[in-house]
Design a protein around this ligand. Structure first.
Ligand code: C2E
Ligand code: CA
Ligand code: CA
Ligand code: CA
Length: 283
């Protein structure tokens, strides 16, 4: 029962209850997808600058809902976050991405695999243990795994985060701060936690092309120069995401950005298609 102003009992409007019922249904279906085999991964290539050599992939989860067809992560990840399903979803993605990276390694291609991790998953007490288990399960070295933590989500316990990052680093696993610049505490986060890489959010890269009206091209460039200078000063490796034009790629290269990822160089695709970027192995 919902109460309005003056403690009057409000009745749910049919539209609201329909939306709520649909959300519960989605939540249940998502849970089933995680437990069954309803999820899959796409892999988006990442390239070194200025050589443009392939360095690895980011694993991105996909959900083909039997009733609705493909559902965008932008709509189901928030539901997974709210309901806690994100924890098991995250481990499924981690295991599957490690399995694929190990298969490519076995075929002679030693590449990094970046996996997105929700803060809610990262803050589980046994997080490090389960990550190490996923690596051991398929025989993948920690040095091939990069965990991307989104900065727009709030870390509740800085001490725990620090302990987890140090323990992961001891296994050779690298930690990137994802969507850098979109949260409220970008700079203070960098001071407080021992990240090794940062990934500049797509919105900053898109300002270059004048696609957003918020700031001028010149101002966008100043922001990017500042971010890359700070990263360099702190010894952090910088990846730019959402690179869609040659112009953006050139500017990022001039600024000394280490790695790029975006539709210009490769969209997220299933593993079999992602193999087109893999270098030929001699013999
Ligand atoms: P993200 O981690 O920032 O991932 C990059 C998103 O940008 C992906 O969308 C990718 O398809 C898209 N993208 C890549 N290059 C370009 C480009 O050049 N232009 C444009 N316009 N977009 C580009 P996607 O796959 O829809 O994922 C959206 C978000 O969902 C991700 O953002 C991430 O926050 C979340 N997500 C995806 N997979 C997982 C997962 O396995 N676990 C968790 N926790 N979150 C995930
Ligand atoms: Ca990411
Ligand atoms: Ca990102
Ligand atoms: Ca982003």
């Amino acid at each position: 029962v919902k109460r309005g102003p003056g403690n009057r009992v409000l009745r749910y409007t049919p539209a609201l209850s329909t939306a709520e019922a649909e959300r519960r249904r989605l939540e249940r279906e998502l849970r089933e997808a995680v437990e069954g085999s309803g999820l899959s991964l796409h892999y988006q290539p990442q390239f070194q600058l200025p050589s443009r050599q392939l360095t690895g992939y980011e694993a991105l989860v996909r959900w083909n809902n039997p009733r609705l067809g493909p559902v965008s992560p932008a709509s189901f990840i928030p539901i997974a976050e709210e309901t806690g399903v994100i924890v098991e979803l995250g481990y499924w993605v981690l295991r599957e991405a490690c399995r694929q990276a190990a298969a490519w390694k076995f075929a002679g291609r030693c590449l990094s695999m970046a996996v997105n991790v929700s803060v809610r998953q990262f803050e589980q007490p046994d997080f490090v243990e389960r990550v190490v288990q996923a690596l051991h399960g398929v025989g993948l070295p920690g040095s091939q795994l990069v965990l991307e933590l989104t900065e727009s989500l709030v870390l509740h316990d800085k001490d725990l985060a620090n302990r987890h990052i140090m323990a992961l680093r001891a296994h050779g696993i690298r930690i990137a701060i994802d969507d850098f610049g979109t949260g409220y505490s970008s700079l203070s986060l960098l001071r407080q936690l021992p990240f090794e890489q940062l990934k500049i959010d797509r919105s900053f890269i898109q300002d270059f092309a004048g696609e957003t009206q918020a700031i001028s091209f010149q101002e966008a460039r100043v922001v990017m120069e500042g971010v890359t200078a700070i990263a360099r000063g702190l010894g952090l490796h910088v990846t730019a995401e959402g690179v869609e034009t040659e112009e953006q790629l050139q500017l990022l290269s001039d600024l000394g950005c280490d790695k790029v990822q975006g539709f210009l160089l490769g969209r997220p695709v299933p593993a079999a298609e992602a193999e087109v970027w893999l270098p030929e192995i001699g013999g």
